[in-house]
Design a binder for this molecule. Structure first.
Ligand code: SF4
Length: 234
């Protein structure tokens, strides 16, 4: 029996990278993990690709992409053709296989008041900040702009001194990142060194392509461990 690749091509989920620009405006990038280049690519790249078969559109935007190539290239070993932040070690799972690809970002000019609302409504602790070319320039977190309150944990208020400031003025301009193609053990080492629970995954052009959390790594380790146990008992 033919498998899906041979018969119909490969059906890939389309991910949404949203950037809040302030005053309710939002820019959206749609991305796909390309089985040919093994990079996360914008949908416009696919639209010019001879392997594209079909993009499934729904009211909420593109959902899946069907692409067809005679043979997809195997994933390169870590370090081959990738600029890594750490020296390549052994062949391991890459961060882009585990990371979350739907990411919400903000523009540099988003005001503190809007960021505070964003943190309260989306229940996130930080967001990447992008410049006008959609390149990562920093990360702004709840702690950067909210006043700590022990009584009102769920409704933290904007720190009065931060009112009127922009994301660019409030952000940490040296966020913890790893490159696409970094292995999961390398990314885990980066998180442990920096004492953070998540890292942004960026392309070689400094575009945000995903987020990897410590929980993603824990799930991956649990799956490996279960797989190991199954192979020893079979
Ligand atoms: S259409 Fe082309 S660029 Fe897009 S995912 Fe398929 S092979 Fe990659």
């Amino acid at each position: 029996m033919k498998n899906l690749r041979e018969m119909d091509g490969v059906s890939l989920p389309v991910h949404r990278v949203s950037t809040g620009l302030g005053e309710g405006e939002e820019e959206i990038r749609w991305t796909v993990k390309c089985p040919n280049s093994h990079h996360v690519v914008d949908l416009e790249t696919c639209e010019g690709c001879p392997h594209l078969e079909h993009i499934q559109q729904e009211a909420a935007g593109p959902q899946r992409l069907l692409c067809h190539a005679e043979a997809f290239s195997p994933a390169p070993l870590p370090g081959e053709g990738n600029e890594l932040l750490l020296p390549p070690q052994l062949e391991h799972t890459r961060v882009d296989e585990l990371m979350t690809q739907d990411v919400y970002c903000v523009g540099e000019e988003m005001l503190a008041e809007e960021l505070a609302e964003l943190f309260a409504t989306r229940k996130v602790s930080g967001v990447p900040v992008l410049d006008e070319d959609e390149r990562l320039v920093g990360v702004v977190s709840r702690a950067d702009l909210l006043r700590a309150s022990t009584e009102e944990k769920d409704t933290p208020r904007l720190h009065p001194e931060r009112a009127g400031a922009t994301a660019c003025e409030l952000m940490n301009a040296a966020p913890v990142v790893v490159r696409e193609g970094t292995t999961v053990p390398q990314a885990a080492a980066v998180m442990a060194d920096a004492n953070v629970h998540r890292v942004l995954v960026v392309s070689s052009e400094d575009r945000v392509v995903g987020v990897l959390s410590a929980m993603d790594v824990v799930r991956w380790l649990a799956a490996l461990s279960l797989g190991d146990k199954a192979s020893h008992t079979s």
